[in-house]
Design a protein around this ligand. Structure first.
Ligand code: NAD
Length: 441
């Protein structure tokens, strides 16, 4: 099938290359022309395992990029919206990019109605959006622009609903394992009417996975419930970990045991500095925002966010307990990305930690295998080092913020510190000397 992908960030790029790998013809659209040029040159716009090889294989054959909606949509049967849905200042979802993309799609489809003789086209919302958005925001904007977007005679032919279907198909990939997750999903959810859902299901026909067919609102809610549950598991583990630390109990032993219970399952129980990334914090906040608009106070979800926001501050408190005044001290921060195997720093737990350290007058020497350049844009005054050893050299203390595998084998490198004081937010290190404090253990 011919597919247009709107937005070539993490989700759009992965969706584009994977559909090309599944045999579809894909045109990616982005307003950022640098990304468009990168894709057409076979250069991945994001860091993600598997993307370089798939781009190389398909660019110029089954995959290309453009900044022109018409170019992508006129010849396609399905268009995926994969643009960002950030949090607004109040935590509620900011749909401005989705709105803008929907209008542009509608305008392009208006042209298509002339060219393609009203051939059926499906718009798929893959961005994470609060329940009701696909039907109440995306669909009306598309219809409005199809109807009035350049082809006056269109009104006489039965209405936009006859030629444009809209579905919601949430994405559950994990950054760092995104290509694997797209190709081997544990669920595919498609919400919408039968004709639209069937069309989108055909795109996935070579993937071995049962498709959950539902309505758009339920598909939207499945994504939020999924992420909120995982975030809740992490905050739960962190809360139990905070109590365990006070009792002198190893929370990892506790979680390892309860994870053997099939009703609980062992993943997302690693107590530590908390969750970050482009999804969990913003999605939980967006659901809280939507619930509040509806007059419901989501007590559990508010607690999940509050625990998550306190974890990094607990680490700074542990540091201050160990070294006293932080002013003018050199603190090594190991790990900047929100998790390992990605350069994504969105909502990384290292951000509030570094901000607090700088506010208190510390010098921060940071190291991350991939994310330093991204973090430089947030904190230009941090000293970015080329190795963990360089960051540790002469440091008064070290804070471990990301679970990069290489941190697990650090040992003699700590001897370059002025004092060996390690505050570990990810259970990466075991030290037989100096001061070692785990956040929850
Ligand atoms: P992103 O910010 O990395 O990428 C969005 C892209 O859209 C950018 O390249 C941007 O330039 C482009 N864009 C902005 N406005 C545009 C427009 N009007 N037309 C065309 N392109 C435009 O976002 P992301 O991380 O890929 O997330 C996209 C959506 O998918 C979000 O709703 C997110 O919550 C959801 N999601 C993300 C992940 C993840 O792991 N990143 C996983 C599942 C779902």
């Amino acid at each position: 099938m011919n597919v247009a992908i709107i937005g070539t960030g993490y989700v759009g790029t992965v969706t584009g290359v994977c559909f090309a790998e599944l045999g579809h013809n894909v045109v990616c659209v982005d307003v950022d022309t640098a990304k468009v040029d990168q894709i057409n040159a076979g250069i991945p716009p994001i860091h993600e395992q598997g993307i370089p090889a798939l781009l190389k294989k398909h660019v110029g054959k089954r995959l290309r990029a453009t900044d022109d909606y018409n170019d992508a949509i006129l010849k396609s049967e399905v268009t995926f919206i994969c643009v960002g849905t950030p949090s607004g200042d109040d935590g509620r979802i900011d749909l401005s990019i989705v709105r803008s993309a929907s209008k542009s799609i509608g305008k392009a489809l208006a042209e298509r109605c002339v060219d393609a003789r009203y051939a059926y086209h499906v718009v798929v919302v893959k961005s994470t959006v609060v329940p009701g958005t696909t039907d109440d925001v995306v669909l009306p904007l598309i219809r409005e622009n199809v109807r009035y977007g350049g082809y006056g005679g269109y009104k006489g032919y039965g209405g936009a609903e006859e030629v444009v279907g809209v579905t919601m198909n949430p994405e559950f990939l994990r950054e760092g394992k995104a290509v694997h997750d797209f190709m081997n999903p544990d669920k595919i959810v498609i919400g919408g009417d039968i004709r639209a859902v069937d069309t989108v299901a055909r795109l996935y026909k070579n993937i071995l996975c049962e498709i959950t067919r539902t309505d758009t609102k339920t598909a939207e809610m499945i994504k939020y419930a999924n992420n909120s549950f995982l975030a809740t598991k992490i905050s739960f583990a962190n809360e139990i970990g905070n109590i365990c630390k006070k009792l002198g109990i190893d929370v990892y032993e506790v979680m390892s045991a309860i994870g053997k219970d099939f009703r609980i399952e062992g993943q997302f129980l690693n107590a530590g500095a908390g969750f970050g990334g482009s999804c969990f914090p913003k999605d939980v906040k967006a659901l809280i925002g939507r619930a509040s608009e509806l007059g419901y106070d989501p007590l559990l979800l508010n607690a999940v966010i509050r625990i998550n926001e306190e974890q990094p501050m607990r680490m700074v408190k542990l540091l201050a307990n160990r070294i006293g005044d932080i002013r003018n001290r050199r603190i090594a921060v190991l790990g900047l990305s929100f998790k390992n195997e990605t350069d994504d720093i969105r909502e990384s737990r290292s951000i509030p930690v570094i901000r607090e350290l700088l506010n208190r007058g510390a010098t921060v020497a940071a190291y991350d295998p991939l994310a330093s350049e991204n973090m430089r844009e947030v904190f230009p005054d941090v000293l970015y080092c080329d190795s963990a050893k360089d960051a540790l050299d002469g440091a008064d203390a070290c804070m471990i913020m990301t679970e990069w595998t290489e941190f697990g084998s650090l040992d003699r490198e700590f001897d370059a510190m002025r004092d060996v004081v390690v505050i570990d937010g990810r259970r990466m290190v075991s030290l037989d000397r100096g001061v070692y404090d785990g956040i929850c253990w």
